[in-house]
Design a protein around this ligand. Structure first.
Ligand code: NAD
Ligand code: MG
Length: 399
């Protein structure tokens, strides 16, 4: 029986890779719903090729999409709108698998809806888990949703952990012989840029990642290392492990996607060419394996794998994220919200690159932490942090 897939964020980089994998396996998967925030032409192309039953866009774009559908004789796809539309497709009874690939906090409610509807949820949208943390993990347990990591590092860790690891008791301590997680990071485009030169880097330079082709927001996050900070928090929740047992390792070639160390001295690594089709296919088919267009790794080409410590003076984001995780409560949600505001401001050339962690640190210092015991508390902290971060952006604004 073919499985029905809902792709939240179908027009993005992860959405595109997901469709690439699905296209290779029409016997196994069909596309039930796709969602987009912009780029309607791209959405139309996707609808023509994959014939989804539903497309979700912002209500401001509904008329334009209906017009495009008419032009292209698409009469098989219904249009839903806004957050209610996203939630409706994420929890739709006909959907088996939800790819959570919206960028940022906008993905939280639909992702959580998919979890509560007991779907197989493929998690790319790390911000959703960073914000909601244990609320999302508990919902997954309670509703027996299979929450599978698509982020390449977490997918690698999942592959290197013992079977059933994520189902066992959540203590924050490593178990079943695991001693430590090694979370790898490419170091981004500015790994070898001096702190002095870092002030004046442009959005175009920041978005030019050496190994991966990704959306703008995550590209900037990779350049500040905030992406690794968010991933550290993501790993703590997914694998129920205290941040103390997660070491960030800079590995510029992005061939090893992360590692797990065991008490007997073993270190297991997952390797592959840097292409998101691999973790997407893994999460789609797990515990089975399906083919992808990704070439097998040629170790005679990649003869050198290097490792180094991260420089947290040059890249304070990593330190801020670790502190936020240690502090717990709504601190990770504050960190994430302030970062989203700061990254958007940098992309609009309102602030310098090095002001991004500054905005985040200011917002964290300015707000009181609170227990993250409900979604409402988290959303409130998110909104409050956005206001403070926006004020800070205005204060630091380039003339
Ligand atoms: P992207 O910017 O290329 O795509 C984002 C998608 O979300 C698009 O379809 C866009 O229309 C939609 N979207 C944006 N804002 C929205 C809003 N307010 N409401 C509803 N939809 C909205 O981003 P991406 O690179 O595909 O990343 C998506 C997520 O996956 C991010 O959380 C990112 O951190 C994570 N991720 C991406 C990669 C990668 O290689 N691209 C790797 C690991 C994790
Ligand atoms: Mg990653």
């Amino acid at each position: 029986m073919s499985q029905s897939v809902c792709i939240l964020g179908a027009t993005g980089s992860i959405g595109e890779s997901t469709l690439k994998v699905l296209q290779q396996h029409p016997d196994k998967y069909s596309v039930f719903a796709v969602t987009a925030y912009s780029r309607l032409e791209k959405l139309v192309e996707i609808c023509k090729q994959f014939h989804p039953q539903v497309a979700v866009v912002p209500s401001t774009k509904q008329d334009r999409l209906a017009q495009l559908f008419k032009q292209h004789q698409i009469d098989y796809t219904e249009i839903l709108t806004d957050e209610a539309g996203l939630v409706a497709v994420a929890e739709h009874p006909q959907v088996d698998i939800v790819m959570a690939a919206i960028v940022g906090a906008a993905g939280l409610l639909p992702t959580l809806a998919a979890v509560k509807a007991s779907k197989r949820v493929l998690l790319a949208n790390k911000e959703a888990l960073v914000m909601s943390g244990e609320i999302m993990m508990q919902a997954a347990e309670q509703h027996q949703a299979l929450l599978l990591p698509v982020d390449s590092e977490h997918n690698a860790i999942f592959q290197c952990l013992p079977n059933g690891y994520c189902q066992s008791e959540r203590t924050g301590q490593p178990k079943q012989g695991v001693s430590r997680i090694l979370l790898t990071a490419s170091g981004g485009p500015f790994l070898n840029t001096s702190l002095n030169d870092l002030h004046d880097v442009t959005p175009a330079q920041a978005c030019k990642h050496p190994n991966w082709s990704m959306g703008q927001k995550i590209s900037v996050d990779s350049a500040t290392l905030m992406n690794k900070g968010l991933e550290l928090i993501e790993a703590c929740h997914l694998f129920s492990i205290s941040e103390h047992f997660v070491t960030v390792v800079i590995h510029p070639q992005s061939i090893i996607h992360s590692m797990v160390q065991y008490v007997d001295g073993s270190t297991l690594a997952q390797m592959g060419n840097p292409d998101m089709c691999t973790p997407i296919a893994h999460a789609l088919a797990w515990p089975q394996r399906i083919s992808t267009p990704v070439d097998a790794l040629d170790l005679f080409v990649h003869q050198q794998l290097n490792f180094q410590q991260p420089d947290t003076i040059k890249f304070p984001a990593l330190r801020l994220a670790r502190h936020a995780m240690q502090a717990g409560g709504v601190a990770p949600a504050i960190l994430n919200a302030a970062n989203e505001i700061a990254v958007a401001a940098f992309l609009q050339q309102k602030i310098k690159f090095t002001a991004i962690p500054e905005v985040v640190e200011h917002t964290l210092n300015d707000m009181e932490n609170a227990q993250a015991n409900s979604l409402e508390t988290i959303l409130q902290a998110d909104q409050f942090a956005r206001n403070i971060a926006t004020q800070r952006v205005d204060a630091l604004r380039l003339k």
